[in-house]
Design a protein around this ligand. Structure first.
Ligand code: PRX
Length: 654
């Protein structure tokens, strides 16, 4: 299986932690880090128990640390009682009530600052609204909202009463929203009239109405936030304006104490087969991952202004917008819109205006902004920045160096953080006051995180520069607990190889001579387009749902800005268009996929052929399609192809 895992990247530059940074860092210097690692290595459970006692506020302390009896359904701190919203809000009220919790900037330029005391009040009021609508502990609530503070209020309000939220990214369209609502069996939908994105209004309510018209029978009520003030349809039996619902509602709401393992949320993400799966996270263990990494990796301090640009619809927006920053009492920046509206310097303008000190974004954004030239960021005062981060896909050394030089002014460490929806929080990342960085490497696993690279037989690869499977050898507190409603898929996907001994991340990686990890990409049929995770199967299913499409195969091809672009090979019902080109149909299919899944899944290229390349056993030769899509010469053995003549069609030659 590892034959195709060749390592191609070589990078020798090393950037030690700046002395000034080390001085004030939570973990400043090697000795401090080694001490932490030693604790984790000598007493793994004791280490995590100590972290959980130090960083979380418990209603009832736990006595049990890790319970492996139901492995791979590991349980952490299971006899403790906790409330996540209490940990994010109430515990700061005495010391930080007047401190700004959220700074918000809308795409049109409107801004708001919300203190911890105000946020606490809003969350309590909204939690009472949820209760009035009959929502109780364990009920599922779908949140389909723009990137506005109310999205965080809704998430925190669910957490306050033990309801399980499932946030659906606002860029998803009807089918995706419907599937997620139905899979979760949600009783309530929280949405908005619209959101501002890319200079346009994203019509969230209209999409929600369509989803509800074709299914979603479990939904009893819909709460609608007024944000963009566009005209929407309103079903007075089912729909309630947010501002009406909270009128006269008490701002006191006692937290519901839940077991550590109580599900805090579901978040749907793509896999290599089937529909997206509902990744289920716990309460206490999840929050512990969020808090420890806020301190270790982001080195969060009270005076920091922390800005993670991710939407709350993704795991990054859960852990590093809605939960981690608040649990550490930080000030978190939220921006509603696109990075280039109304101009290419919007991100840097926000950094200047709100004195952002820690900035975390995706390589795809860095590459897009880099393309616009140095003059744009150079116009803004970025002197408050002290730490930069990246997440979501491998960062190419060129983009890393630009980020370092032009944004960080060679002063700010860069934390390249490897993690996944499933891992809940950072797993491999530099601790900026202790670990030297190398452009393109996420460096070393965090204390208490047992990452390894193994070969086909599950043996650790100790030789440098040899690629293998990225695995985790021990359960960790913020790991996923299961796939909602599909135990079998959980076991098979994550624990199905190597005798169930390791968590399988689905990535390939190599280590260099210093033990630094270099992520090489996915080993399954998942592609990363602008850092968004998409299953090629999902896009194929959307394509074949079109009446003119008989078969489809989707692969990723390298793209300068997006990392990967989507290339679809399509077999039509009836005749293939002349020369394999049909601009009108291509336009229609692209629009079709947008409607089915969302704009992020729209194919960049579509090529028509009479057949797909299959082996005699009927398997699509995806590696061959990947080579063709990226314009590489075909080196694979094509003699097993059922129909070798189609190669010319696939290559667009005839
Ligand atoms: O392939 C890895 C890539 O993103 C995948 C996880 O995607 P998702 O669940 O959407 O979560 C993204 C945000 C945490 C991983 O399997 N990935 C994530 N971070 C990095 C990365 N690849 C390389 N370097 C990273 N820092």
């Amino acid at each position: 299986m590892t034959d195709n895992i060749d390592s191609i990247l070589h990078e020798d530059r090393v950037f030690p932690p700046p002395a000034g940074f080390v001085k004030t860092a939570h973990i400043g210097g090697q000795a401090a880090l080694q001490a932490l690692r030693k604790q984790a290595d000598t007493d793994y459970e004791g280490f995590w128990a100590a972290q959980a006692r130090a960083h979380l506020t418990w209603h009832k302390p736990f006595t049990q640390v890790l319970d492996s009896r139901k492995a791979p359904h590991y349980q952490w701190f299971s006899d403790g009682l906790i409330n996540i919203s209490h940990n994010c809000l109430d515990r700061h009220l005495a010391t930080r009530g007047d401190k700004t919790a959220i700074i918000f900037e809308g795409e049109p330029g409107d801004t708001r600052r919300i203190t911890y005391a105000e946020l606490h009040r809003e969350v309590c009021r909204f939690a009472n609204v949820l209760k009035k609508m009959g929502i109780a502990k364990g009920d599922r609530v779908v949140i389909y909202m723009p990137m506005v503070p109310e999205a965080v209020v809704a998430m925190q309000a669910c957490a306050r009463i033990g309801a399980i939220h499932s946030v659906v990214f606002g860029g998803f369209s009807v089918e995706s929203l419907k599937d997620r609502i139905e899979d979760a069996g949600a009783r309530l939908l929280i949405t908005a009239d619209g959101g501002h994105r890319g200079g346009k209004i994203v019509e969230l309510k209209a999409t929600a109405d369509k989803a509800l018209a074709v299914g979603c029978k479990s939904i009893e009520n819909v709460i609608v936030l007024e944000r963009s003030k566009n005209t929407i349809a309103f079903n007075t039996q089912r729909d309630h304006w947010w501002h009406d619902a909270i009128k006269g509602v008490s701002e006191h709401c006692a937290p519901v104490w839940v077991e550590s393992e109580h599900p805090l949320f579901l978040l749907y993400t793509s896999g290599s087969t089937g529909k997206p799966k509902g990744i289920q996270h716990s309460s206490a263990g999840y929050l512990l991952g969020a808090v420890t990494t806020m301190q270790w990796v982001f080195d969060i301090h009270d005076q920091d202004i922390f800005w993670c640009t991710a939407d709350v619809g993704w795991i990054t927006g859960h852990t590093y917008v809605a939960y981690g920053p608040l649990a550490t009492g930080a000030t978190v920046m939220m921006y509603e819109g696109a990075p280039v509206i109304p101009h290419g310097g919007r991100f840097w303008e926000i950094c200047q205006k709100h004195a952002v000190t820690i900035f975390y974004t995706a390589p795809t954004a860095i590459r897009a902004l880099m393309k616009l030239g140095d003059e744009i960021p150079n116009k803004f005062d970025l002197s408050k920045l002290r730490l930069l981060g990246t997440v979501g896909e491998p960062i190419n050394p060129e983009a890393w160096m630009w980020y370092h030089r032009v944004i960080g002014k060679e002063r700010c460490p860069i934390v390249d953080t490897w993690w996944q929806t499933e891992t809940g929080a950072h797993m491999i990342a530099p601790i900026p006051g202790a670990v030297a960085t190398k452009p393109g490497s996420c460096t070393l696993p965090l204390p208490g995180i047992a990452m390894d690279v193994v070969d086909n037989s599950g043996n650790s690869i100790t030789e440098p520069e040899q690629g293998g499977f990225l695995v985790t050898r021990k359960p960790w507190p913020h790991m996923l607990r299961t796939v909602w409603g599909d135990e079998e898929r959980y076991r098979k996907t994550y624990w199905g190889e190597f005798g169930g001994k390791y968590y399988i991340a689905g990535d390939s990686a190599r280590r260099d001579k210093d033990g630094y990890f270099w992520i090489m990409g996915r080993i399954d049929d998942v592609i990363k387009v602008s850092g968004h995770r998409l299953g090629t199967m999902e896009i194929e299913s959307a394509l074949v749902a079109h009446p003119r499409v008989a078969e489809a195969a989707v692969v990723g091809r390298p793209d300068d800005i997006k990392g990967e672009a989507i290339f679809a090979f399509v077999v039509l019902r009836g005749v293939r268009p002349k020369g394999g080109v049909d601009a009108a149909l291509t336009k229609e299919l692209r629009q079709w996929v947008t409607e089915q899944i969302g704009p992020i899944a729209r194919p960049d290229d579509i090529r028509y052929s009479d057949n797909l390349p299959k082996t005699r056993s009927g398997k699509i030769m995806r590696r061959l399609l990947r080579s063709i899509a990226s314009g590489q010469p075909i080196t694979q053995d094509t003699s097993t192809l059922e129909n070798e003549a189609i190669l010319d069609q696939l290559q667009g030659k005839v």
